[in-house]
Design a protein around this ligand. Structure first.
Ligand code: KIV
Length: 271
């Protein structure tokens, strides 16, 4: 397979090929039709309908409150706009942790009702049975290890994970297990770059990092954060590619001013 080959449709198989060819994988979140359409057209390989919608869309402090119905609503809008990218949807907190049959039911609902291509869930060994059952049903699963925001109340902070040897060892073992179970990829969030690179080199499946350095197979960011829509959120790993906060602020103020002064609409903007 050629390096940097263009993919008409991105599948889980394409991602394996990209890893094999050392082509880096770009992934971004999206939660609505309009944004997903722009992202897909721009050539992003993977669109994640993340449970970060709970934060950036709904204004909750954590990812815990988002429901299965809500993520399906977001996912079905994103799927309609995604002509090329692979769409991955987060299984929300509470929709898969109780038992494997509940996990399977939730994954089936996401696939059936939104038309998505795969699901993502947080955890390694603790989620072994759920992952196995979902995979047996023919649903591709992406893992998520390191900082797992659905467990925020267990850890108490969003600080860098796996700095200690014991946690790092567990992370390596969980990553190997996810590959062995048949996951098509893993997100590693906020862990030391050296450790992330070591894991990526041990695995045949792609490792996508967020705050995990550059020696992994791809990167993911939350779209609202990378577009600069939330100035209060400034972790070290976040690179802002735009300043939409200022841009929107300026546009809205100008519109408001025009309306107040009777400058909008003008003669050409009416019937
Ligand atoms: O929900 C989300 O946006 C995520 C990314 C941070 C990977 O899981």
């Amino acid at each position: 397979m050629k390096k940097n080959q263009t993919y008409k449709i991105v599948t889980t198989k394409s991602l394996f090929e990209m890893k094999r060819n050392n082509d880096k994988i770009s992934m971004l979140t999206a939660y609505d039709y309009s944004m997903a359409k722009i992202i897909d057209k721009a050539g992003i390989y993977v669109i994640l309908v993340g449970d970060s919608a709970s934060n950036v869309f709904a204004g909750h402090e954590t990812t815990l409150p988002i429901t299965l119905d809500q993520i399906i609503y977001h996912a079905s809008s994103v799927v309609k706009a995604s002509k090329r990218a692979l769409v991955v949807v987060d299984l929300p907190f509470g929709s898969y942790q109780s038992d494997s049959s509940g996990a399977l039911k939730s994954a089936i609902r996401i696939m059936k009702e939104s038309g998505a291509h795969s699901v993502k869930l947080e955890g390694g060994d603790s989620q072994k049975q759920s992952i196995e059952r979902i995979l047996q049903a023919g649903i591709p699963v992406m893992g998520h290890l390191g900082l797992t925001p659905q467990s925020i109340y267990k850890f108490g902070t969003y600080s860098v994970r796996a700095k200690e040897e014991i946690e790092a060892e567990k992370l390596i073992n969980d990553s190997l297990l996810l590959e062995e179970l048949g996951c098509f990829g893993i997100v590693l969030e906020k862990i030391p770059a050296k450790l992330a690179g070591k894991i990526a080199s041990k695995l045949n499946i792609p490792v996508i990092g967020i705050g995990a350095g550059k020696d992994v197979d791809g990167q993911v960011l939350v779209i609202n954060d990378m577009l600069g829509m939330n100035k209060e959120f400034s972790p070290r790993f976040l690179r802002r590619y735009a300043d939409l906060d200022s841009l929107i602020d300026k546009a809205v103020k100008k519109y408001s001013d025009d309306v107040k002064k009777g400058n909008f609409p003008n003669n050409n903007e009416q019937y």
